[in-house]
Design a protein around this ligand. Structure first.
Ligand SMILES: Nc1ncnc2c1ncn2[C@@H]1O[C@H](COP(=O)(O)OP(=O)(O)OP(=O)(O)O)[C@@H](O)[C@H]1O
Length: 358
């Protein structure tokens, strides 16, 4: 088992990735972030595809920079299985062990062991053209692990699969990763991948780490807009004040302080979209925090309707993207549609204010 330490800057055109991330031995870390946050660049640096401008990548103290890709002992599983089309499933899996010097028979035995591990013994003699997407991805998992990598990189490993096979492949991957104890770093933008597979999350934004922590903790109390969004929570950044949180434009969002916060400390207010009420007119004499928004979108959300906020003329920018979950009956009664200006309101008892840093 190996510990990965990454502290690098990588430039691509006008974009710079500058991150410091550690993955403990045997740990599974998911790197999440919105489009363009730098996830692929990060993975590319680890895989040896992009040379860093500065810094180092070490695996158990062994510096990877300058080591040819095939000698890094890094396994990569991509969206596409990328199997050799002319080889059987077994020979695809045996290819790695053969390349690193195993004899034909030993490599076949290794391949068969891994095929059994991914429940694909019956597929051993098939060629990639005779495999479904999910089957091919299982063979690709076996192939990546048969090389006994010290580090396994997963690049959106389920993104190209049919939605109905994804859960089975995801839990199979979880099982084999746990069984081998291989140190694993996964890039994904699907929160389910992170929930099922990862011990810890690292959230990237504009090439920087904006938050990291145990998966459950980050999703329960996100500190970044992206993590809040995937956790299904509304987040308002600002500074702690006795009533809750004060935004940059001076709006006070009433809320509870479950953790000790100094007055003026950078903080985030978190609340569930279901705690947000929606009004046509500003509610009078309400003990709630109310803010004007322009409805940007309406979408079904389980049995409710999710209303997404945009910024109204002259309104505060921080309302962008806030969500309110309301019943279809309430939407019908309000008679609202995208483009309308409405008021979002939330009670202080439903709002938690936490420190912004983690
Ligand atoms: N070859 C390139 N030349 C110049 N800029 C690039 C190149 N490739 C990527 N970039 C820029 O680097 C930034 C990060 O891209 P990257 O692909 O790492 O993001 P990502 O988080 O993987 O995004 P996505 O989720 O969309 O795949 C983007 O702003 C992108 O435009």
């Amino acid at each position: 088992m190996s510990r990965l330490e990454v502290d690098v800057a990588v430039t691509r055109g006008s974009f710079t990735l500058d991150v410091s991330v550690t993955v403990g031995s045997g740990e599974v870390v998911a790197v999440l972030g919105s489009n363009g946050a730098g996830k692929s660049t990060f993975l590319g640096a680890l895989a040896g595809l992009h040379a860093p401008d500065r810094g180092a990548i070490t695996l158990d103290g062994r510096e990877l920079g300058g080591v040819p890709v095939h000698r890094r002992r890094v396994g990569l599983l991509s969206q596409q299985a990328l199997l050799f089309p002319h080889l059987t499933a077994r020979d695809n899996v045996a290819f790695g062990p053969r390349s690193s010097g195993a004899g034909r028979r030993a490599a076949r035995e290794t391949a068969d062991r891994w095929l059994a591990m991914v429940d694909a013994t019956a597929l051993a003699d098939r060629r990639p053209a005779e495999l479904s997407g999910g089957q091919a991805q299982r063979i690709a998992i076996a192939r990546a692990l048969a090389c006994e990598p010290e580090l396994l990189l997963l690049d959106e490993p389920f993104a190209a699969l049919d939605v109905d096979v994804t859960p089975a492949v995801r839990s199979l991957l979880r099982r084999v990763v746990r069984a081998t104890g291989v140190t694993t770093l996964m890039v994904t933008h699907d929160v389910l991948d992170a929930v099922v597979l990862a011990d810890r999350l690292v959230v990237l934004d504009a090439g920087r780490v904006v938050e990291s922590g145990p998966t459950a903790e980050v999703l329960r109390r996100p500190r970044s807009a992206f993590a809040a969004r995937i956790a299904g929570l509304d987040l308002v950044p600002g500074r702690s004040c006795p009533e809750g949180l004060r935004t940059t434009d001076g709006t006070v969002v009433g809320g509870m302080h479950p953790e000790t916060l100094d007055d003026g400390e950078a903080a985030v207010a978190l609340f569930a979209p279901a705690a947000v009420s929606v009004f046509r007119e500003p509610p009078k004499g309400s003990p709630r925090t109310t803010v004007p928004v322009r409805l940007a979108a309406m979408e079904p959300h389980g049995e409710l309707v999710r209303l997404r906020a945009g910024v109204p003329d002259g309104g505060p920018g921080w309302v962008e993207g806030l969500a309110a979950d309301v019943t279809p009956a309430a939407v019908a009664q309000l008679g609202v549609e995208p483009g309308d200006e409405v008021w979002f309101a939330v009670k202080a008892a439903e709002v938690e204010v936490h420190p912004a840093g983690r």
